[in-house]
Design a binder for this molecule. Structure first.
Ligand SMILES: Cc1cc2nc3c(=O)[nH]c(=O)nc-3n(C[C@H](O)[C@H](O)[C@H](O)COP(=O)(O)O)c2cc1C
Ligand code: SF4
Ligand code: SF4
Length: 253
């Protein structure tokens, strides 16, 4: 079984490709229907985007109460750049080691601070194509139940995960700074798409609930009017583009 969370489609794409290679069924962590029980000796895959060199809150909440036992567990983490020690945060959540852990580069989605931009179409394409070449090899390693780590931790990985991440989570992973332009046409899509049901629409226009947001920026990236901003620094930023059909047929957020 593969469990995944995806804010804007990158991790869902990776989960779907691995599901095809491994012939495993694939479930989104944001679906409400109950999971089928894991069979004895069945492997468990966990796919998610790295947030602040760690694990998104929605993923930690979902996994915290799962009983995983001693089965083979693997994870693929998608990241725009580097993932720090996100695998250790996952292991703390699961209360056990994972047997195999991989990180893959995908188009960046974080845009809320100065210096953080979505990738140019060329760079996004380059990242997706590189990951497309990696995924069959990753699937082969998982198929053989190898125990290994292929991770892009980046520089100052420990400090990023254990010093910066708590600050980032406390101060910046919040929906308090979202606001909406007049060009919002009250279509309601942001509320319908929010994975944590954090957005409600009053007269069609969104307001954020300040309690459940997992920081995925799906609302920002998927607004058809580009009407959502977060704080002061997103106004010049681009939304993440969709994958082109050539690179990932049929995959949309
Ligand atoms: C709140 C937030 C924090 C992020 N933090 C990191 C990070 O620490 N390192 C990184 O390389 N990418 C980071 N990213 C980028 C995402 O991990 C990356 O774009 C990922 O592939 C998005 O996957 P998705 O489309 O499945 O949501 C962050 C994105 C968001 C929204
Ligand atoms: S998706 Fe955009 S245009 Fe539609 S209601 Fe939300 S903010 Fe307004
Ligand atoms: S409010 Fe926006 S950023 Fe927060 S969980 Fe919903 S879609 Fe994601």
């Amino acid at each position: 079984m593969i469990l995944y969370f995806s804010g804007t489609g990158n991790s869902r794409y990776v989960a779907q490709v691995l599901s095809q290679h491994l012939h495993e069924d694939c479930y989104s962590m944001e679906d409400n229907h109950p999971l089928r029980p894991l069979e004895d000796n069945e492997t468990l895959g966990i796919v998610f985007p790295v947030y602040a060199w760690g694990v998104p809150r929605i993923v930690r909440t979902f996994l915290r109460h799962m009983t995983i036992g001693s089965r083979y567990v693997w994870t693929v983490m998608t990241c725009g750049d580097d993932m720090g020690h996100a695998d250790s945060i996952l292991e703390k959540t699961l209360r056990r080691k994972v047997d195999a852990a991989f990180s893959v580069g995908m188009p960046n989605t974080y845009v809320c601070l100065p210096g953080f931009e979505t990738d140019s179409p060329a760079l996004a394409q380059q990242k997706v194509e590189h990951t497309q070449r990696q995924l069959p090899l990753i699937a082969a390693s998982i198929g053989q139940r190898l125990r290994l780590r292929q991770l892009t931790r980046g520089s100052h990985a420990w400090a990023k995960t254990y010093l910066l991440r708590p600050l980032f989570q406390a101060l910046l992973l919040t929906d308090r700074y979202f606001w909406v332009h007049d060009r919002c046409n009250a279509c309601g899509l942001c509320a319908a798409k929010c994975p944590t049901h954090d957005i409600t629409c009053t007269d069609g226009h969104p307001t954020w609930g300040h309690s459940h947001c997992t920081g995925c920026l799906r609302c920002f990236h998927s607004c058809p009017r580009r009407a959502i901003e977060w704080g002061r620094f997103t106004q010049e930023k681009q939304q993440k583009g969709q994958f082109s059909p050539r690179t990932a047929a049929g995959v949309h957020c």
